[in-house]
Design a protein around this ligand. Structure first.
Ligand code: PFF
Length: 501
């Protein structure tokens, strides 16, 4: 977009839905959901999960769509048009995405590398030693920080940045929509093949039993409910700017709620599918080693980079399983990563009113640099862990909580509801507003209960200076920087352009 060109739009509803599903379906679905479900009551977890989806996930998705679509801007501009004092919250969301983007790229780079390693078997018989020792060359954080470059990590990391920035520079329709339109169907096909294959592995039923056997007593534990809400927030990419940004590129008369329902249910269906595939494979791994599923069940890095390489070593057609699993992880993460960076690009473009390719460069290159220095080096793993906890948990929950408080107290919820109803097939009313108010309360509870825990117990035994600097320090500085960014002047025409009617 040149300074006075109209805002670019998605060509139609399905282009938007693909991009939004591309954003939602990511690492959260494949490596987070199965383990969160397993740990929080198995089959019984479905109840808090569905309640969280219906009372928080879908209503907040609608809210994000309404804000972005009505105000036609990235997060800061949309919030600013909503209420001139709210711009800071938009920038805060942008900054959360800056941090997430910087490290999401890293996992994406690892997944892409492992797709190739699946073919050449680079990890040998000891995947954990390979990952930590040979691949990451991880140093001991207790000995201080060391920024020594690790070639095997740095190259692919730069490559994924350049690919993502290339797609983003092409714009909404030609870049984001087109890449999601290709990668998402491919992801579904690859993943379905992987799941069907896993179901035929010996021991698959044992894994599924472990995943789905309900532990009803867990439902009285508040932390299980927190986990359900946390999973929904993370997985649907709601309330931290992504969905506001994507909705701002929708044409005027778009069916917002109808699309939201499709995105919400598609995302959850993919999670359940991933749960089945992952636990069938873990059942096979446990059976092959003569162990219980509880001894091999993992999520996150442990699942992808320790457990799966072991499964790939032992399963028939292991290379194929590896390419399907890591290929799926790569595609899912790439489309989510793109959406995270788009939040930043869109915000900066609104403010500076310069061409998209220029902004992609201004935003992307420094971020790539930081990402490579922080994570392409020997301190990568602990840094990732701490940033993940603080930004992904506290960052997202805090930003969502504060944004909701300002929106709810501004009494504009019904205006946004009317906006949704003007063009959408599924109408919202009192119940929708009630869900949003209740979710604000749930977020407050999540924030304070987990905050108190980390404050009193520390985090994962990391040195406190490390957690204070990269955890708390970083979280607080995001708010301060957001405030200063909101003080920068807008071009007059940007504010005059659209009043949200
Ligand atoms: N919703 C995506 C996922 O489940 O991985 C994308 C995403 C969520 C990216 C949360 C980053 C994040 F912090």
């Amino acid at each position: 977009m040149k300074s006075n060109a109209p805002r670019e739009t998605f060509s139609g509803r399905s282009a938007f839905i693909m991009a939004a599903i591309g954003s939602a379906v990511g690492l959260g679905n494949i490596w987070r959901f199965p383990y969160v479900t397993y740990e929080n009551g198995g089959g019984a977890f479905i109840i808090p999960y569905i309640i969280a989806l219906l009372t928080a996930g879908i209503p907040l998705l609608f809210l994000d769509y309404a804000i972005g679509h009505r105000h036609r801007g990235g997060a800061p501009l949309s919030y600013r048009r909503f209420n001139r004092n709210f711009e800071t919250f938009g920038w805060w969301q942008v900054l959360v995405n800056v941090i997430i983007g910087i490290y999401y790229a890293v996992v994406l780079g690892w997944a892409a590398s492992y797709t190739f390693f699946s073919i050449n078997g680079a990890w040998g018989d000891k995947p954990i030693d390979f990952f930590i020792g040979e691949f990451l060359k991880m140093g001991d954080i207790n000995q201080g920080i060391s920024f020594e470059f690790v070639g095997m990590v740095t190259g692919p990391l730069i490559a994924v940045w350049l690919i993502a920035l290339g797609i983003l520079a092409l714009g909404i329709q030609k870049g984001i929509a087109k890449s999601s339109g290709i990668l998402m169907p491919l992801l579904v096909v690859m993943f379905v093949v992987l799941v069907v294959y896993s179901l035929f592995l010996p021991g698959a039923a044992k894994g599924l039993d472990a995943l789905f056997t309900p532990n009803w007593s867990k439902l009285s534990d508040p932390s299980v409910w927190i986990a359900a809400y946390g999973q929904i927030f993370f997985s649907l990419s709601i309330c931290f700017g992504i969905m506001i940004t994507y909705a701002s590129y929708l044409k005027k008369d778009s069916d917002l709620t109808g699309s939201g329902l499709v995105v919400g249910f598609a995302n959850s269906s993919f999670e359940v599918l991933a749960g089945i595939g992952v636990f069938a494979a873990l059942g096979f791994m446990a059976t092959a080693a003569g162990q219980e599923v509880s001894e091999v069940a993992k999520g996150g890095i442990g699942l992808a980079f320790f457990a799966f390489p072991t499964i790939i070593n032992q399963a028939p057609f292991g290379e194929l399983v590896g390419v399907l699993f890591f290929g799926s992880l790569t595609f899912a993460a790439l489309t989510s990563f793109i959406s995270v960076i788009e939040v930043i690009i869109s915000a900066v473009q609104d403010k500076l009113r310069v061409s998209r390719s220029k902004v992609t460069f201004i935003v992307g290159i420094p971020m790539m640099f930081v990402s490579v220095v922080l994570f392409g080096t020997t301190t990568g793993l602990p840094m990732l862990d701490v940033l993940d906890k603080f930004v992904n948990y506290f960052g997202i929950v805090a930003v969502a909580f504060v944004s909701l408080v300002v929106i709810v107290t501004d009494e504009k919820l019904s205006t946004l509801g009317n906006h949704l109803n003007e063009t959408s097939s599924f109408k919202v009313g009192f119940l929708w507003r009630l869900c949003i108010v209740l979710t604000t309360g749930v977020l407050a509870f999540m924030l304070f209960s987990e905050g108190a825990k980390v404050l009193s117990e520390g985090y994962e035994g990391y040195p406190s200076w490390f957690v204070n600097t990269f955890g708390w320090g970083m979280s607080i500085s995001l708010m301060v920087v957001a405030f200063f960014l909101s003080r920068l002047k807008w071009k007059d025409e940007t504010l005059a352009e659209h009043k949200g009617e």
